[in-house]
Design a protein. Sequence first.
Length: 264
Amino acid sequence: MLKFSILGALQVRTVSGPAEISGDLQRTLVQTLLVSEGQPVSGESLVEEMWGESVPDNQANALQAHVSRLRRKLKALEPGRPVSRVTIHPSGYRLTVDEGEMDAAEFVRTVREAESASPYDAEGTARMLGQALAMWRGPVFGGFPGGTLCQLAGARYEEYRMRAMELRFDAELRLGQHAAVLAELAEAHTHYPLRERFCEQLMIALYCSGRQADALDVFRRMRRQLDEELGIQPSPALRRVESAILRHDPALVRDARSTLLQIA
């Protein structure tokens, strides 16, 4: 059994330890097949992903040589596997990855599970998402994004990461951990300054920590940044959070997550 990790630099782990995938073209090939999550990828797409505009003269042979090299590598890592993980189909090449073998797929599954979790199990949701977020070792592919397919997949996984952070912050706020998550919320808001959900959560955490002035200052800076960079005003949801803070809405302190749902 192999473990594939792409939430950070590409890693392939065997029962005896990590295995190296050497060469940029081989790494791009593996990454592209992995992010396709079991669906065949056409030869044309793989060529474009691997070589971009620098396509070799005999691209079909070049691609086949790299696929054969990858098949030999994976066979050496799993000598007892009866069939190759890399198979050829009418629509392209497919890499078989079983459930639990790729970190990104497991991460997405956990986020979806958290989205449908009971709002009454905040502790379980926070713990589950904390463990999932700990799977991230850095940017997807470790800053080696590859071509268009890999870049699109990387953006998709990053969006799931931000969604996981939002859900975890919601759970922590519902547990009354306003002060405990302030530093993380401030960091998230700094790294994603135009994502209004982080701004809402930070404002509520500040207010519930007795820092009303700071919460309102966060809103004013967000409003200015939205205007200067996008030419838009804060969403109705964000304005309702500001209004609730200004009128000292008791629901803000009573249950932060319910407040987000009621006033947003």
